[in-house]
Write a protein of this length. Structure first.
Length: 258
């Protein structure tokens, strides 16, 4: 049986200026809905979208126009099942951009968690091998992989501290409580010129990792960064930061094997 596609449904906002009160008033608030299964009716506070209407581009419900289109990968990704806290998109984007992984790249990850990082890395590279000691996390990651149709990830129920099976890889990503204990296995796994990245929520973990890394003759420390995402509200001439600003998520340390 073919699984029904997920859909995105958008209700565009509508405003109108009223001279008698001298201000613009919101008549309809913009809203976006994620429909996981388009083979069923979908209920909203505005009314029900019938399954027969799911193939339409625009559906009228009680005088309001809803725009429908197929959900993209990122729409489905944002709704994956979560076990441990996942690395935010802003940090994953930085990792991908700074390491330049591509269609021929082989990547190894330590600390699968919910599989969020592995899944996005797999969108860009040839193969991802992900190490995780918690079987419950592996089950969640496997479910997320199946949901998103990702095939090029191999999950391993093994501690990366005990060694990495793969050789000549381009990137080793660490999301581990003691990433310094994975430096030696990463060194044996990485090809020359390959990158090692550690993602840690605290600065002391970060410092311990970097201090251990620079003691190794085969590694150089390129940089440690904190990626800040600041969202802005733009509405006519009203322009200001919103309250959704993400101040801190984690520290990213990048090293390279020489």
């Amino acid at each position: 049986m073919v699984k029904a596609k997920s859909k995105i449904m958008v209700l565009k906002g509508k405003k109108q200026f009223f001279e008698d009160v001298g201000k613009e008033v919101t008549l309809v608030r913009e809203a976006m809905f994620y429909i996981k299964d388009s083979s069923k009716d979908y209920s909203t506070k505005y009314g029900t979208i019938k399954k027969a209407d799911m193939k339409k581009d625009v559906v009228d419900v009680r005088g309001k126009e809803f725009h429908l289109f197929d959900a993209s990968f990122i729409d489905d990704y944002r709704r994956i099942k979560r076990a441990p806290q996942i690395i935010p998109l802003k940090d994953i984007g930085f990792i991908i951009a700074k390491t330049g992984i591509g269609p021929d790249s082989v990547v190894v990850e330590g600390g699968t968690g919910s599989g969020a990082l592995a899944i996005l890395l797999a969108r860009y590279c040839k193969k991802v091998y992900s190490y995780e000691i918690d079987k419950e996390n592996i089950a969640v990651a496997k479910e997320n992989m199946d949901t998103l149709g990702v095939k090029n990830i191999t999950l391993k129920n093994k501690s990366m501290y005990d060694g990495i099976d793969e050789k000549d890889v381009e990137l080793v990503c660490l999301d581990l409580p003691e990433p310094w204990n994975a430096i030696l296995p990463a060194s044996k796994s990485l090809k020359r010129g390959g990158f090692i990245i550690s993602y840690s929520p605290t600065i002391m973990q970060t410092a311990d990792f970097v201090n251990a890394l620079v003691k190794k003759d085969e590694f150089i420390h390129l940089k440690t960064v904190e990626v800040i995402e600041r969202e802005w509200e733009v509405d006519q001439r009203k322009v200001r930061p919103t309250s959704k600003t993400t101040i801190h998520s984690g520290f990213i340390s990048i090293g390279r094997k020489i």
